[in-house]
Design a protein around this ligand. Structure first.
Ligand code: SF4
Ligand code: SF4
Length: 424
């Protein structure tokens, strides 16, 4: 037996943490346990559990095989069809940093015909699927509330007839999530909302104003408070180098306004560039040193103030998975929400079906010598294609996260030990 290629060792109090990048498991080891582990001389029971946790392995080939096959295994075993449906590319806010600016427009709304094609397209893909999960996206999806209700009602009823579970969430700016809107959606399968609150009121209102210039903070918090308990609420926030230190006071304001930790499923702050797309935590952070500091600082504040935060876990870019689809308002299919509306990355349509996408996005770029021997491979798989494109104008090559992970992983893992019940 030997230490896994993917085990990191961090000093912690009087001992060490053995952390598996492959399984996300952590073990606290005193000096004797660490020495036994490094020498391959664990006692039988200890050996058994360290193998199960992925901390030690019988061979580095097996280890690598497990890591290299994460994407394929997940793809084959997936029985959930996840669809991001961009209902429009319009918005009632005018955020100065908006990444969709170039592709936005008041006429870019899904119509009934496309909605009907979307429903047919999804229903045809339910063979072997146990759960259909839709994330309504935008622009601002609630500008298309009527059509969302029609789509959800039909999918709920058709999935029910087929014995397939159905639920939906949305990525919304929260301003139109009135109690009336939320109540009308819950019976149709509305489960969760992901809302961006960009720091405390004074920062948020400058970064996410209404088109007329008024601040949106108060209305968002009031809507979220009313929706709490009916749906899961995930608060995200996009910070910059200059303002991230002020973000913890948002958590105090949330508490003061009644959005207490028990009412919020998770809080996740990300640098502006990394948060420009919703890919369930897979998006990579840029590697400037301040980002690692900010990531550790902010997640620590979130956990310390009693809120929950996402765990660090293997997270290949969701664009790899055949059961993850992004549908644009016009019926175009994409692999990543960040590329919505960029025709160069359109990979099929609702009428023609998905077309080849692996090479178009260079998703196999991680199969190079550097990545194949990298300890962080399970957390990274070559990094985010969207950030790569944003920075270089091309998806070729990797967007290396090594510098970020070298600087941040130890701090993040220690938080996971310190606040075990607050990681989701
Ligand atoms: S390319 Fe990046 S933003 Fe897009 S799905 Fe993959 S990790 Fe997320
Ligand atoms: S891109 Fe960098 S951090 Fe990611 S797997 Fe490759 S070498 Fe490792």
């Amino acid at each position: 037996m030997q230490l896994s290629t993917y085990t990191k060792i961090f000093p912690y109090k009087n001992g060490h943490i053995l952390y598996s990048v492959l399984t996300s498991a952590s073990v606290l080891a005193d000096a004797k346990t660490l020495n036994r582990t490094l020498a391959g001389k664990n006692r039988p029971e200890e050996r058994k559990s360290l193998i199960e946790l992925g901390i030690i392995t019988s061979s580095s080939e097996l280890d690598r095989h497990l890591a290299f096959s994460i994407i394929g295994t997940r793809d084959r075993n997936s029985n959930t069809l996840r669809v991001v449906a961009a209902m429009n590319l319009d918005c009632n806010l005018a955020c100065p940093y908006c990444f969709e600016k170039r592709v936005k427009g008041e006429n870019f709304y899904m119509d009934r015909r496309t909605a009907s094609q979307l429903i047919d397209f999804l229903l045809k893909r339910l063979s072997g699927i146990k759960i259909l999960s839709v994330d309504f996206y935008g622009g601002e999806p609630l500008l298309s509330l009527g059509l969302i209700k029609e789509i959800a009602a039909r999918l709920q009823s058709e999935c029910g007839r087929r014995g397939v579970g159905f639920g939906f969430g949305m990525t919304s700016n929260g301003t139109l999530l009135t109690p009336k809107a939320a109540e009308s959606l819950v019976p149709l399968g509305f489960k969760s909302v992901r809302v961006t609150v960009n720091g405390p009121r004074e920062i948020h209102d400058g970064m996410r104003p209404f088109k007329g210039g008024a601040g949106s903070f108060d209305i968002i918090l009031s809507n979220l408070k009313a929706a709490a308990g009916k749906i899961a609420i995930v608060v995200t926030g996009s910070y910059t180098k200059d303002n991230y230190r002020h973000f913890p006071s948002l958590l105090d304001q949330m508490k003061k306004e009644g959005l207490t930790p028990d009412k919020v499923a998770a809080v996740k702050f990300e640098p502006v560039l990394a948060s420009q797309s919703d890919c369930a935590g897979a998006c990579a952070a840029p590697d400037e040193p301040w980002v690692a500091d900010a990531t550790i600082f902010l997640r620590n504040q979130v956990l310390k103030k009693g809120y929950k935060a996402p765990r660090t876990r293997p997270s290949p870019c969701s664009a790899h998975f055949k059961n993850n689809l992004i549908v644009n308002w016009d019926g175009g299919l994409y692999r990543c929400p960040g590329f919505l509306g960029n025709l160069r990355f359109q990979s099929g349509s609702l009428t023609e079906g998905p077309t080849a996408f692996i090479n178009k996005h260079y998703l196999g770029a991680w199969r190079n010598k550097k990545c194949l021997h990298c300890q962080y491979l399970p957390l990274c798989f070559g990094g985010c294609k969207y950030i790569r494109y944003f920075r270089t104008g091309d998806t070729r090559g990797i967007e290396c996260r090594k510098a970020f992970l070298d600087a941040a992983l130890e701090g993040l893992v220690k938080q996971e030990i310190r606040y075990p019940g607050r990681l989701i």
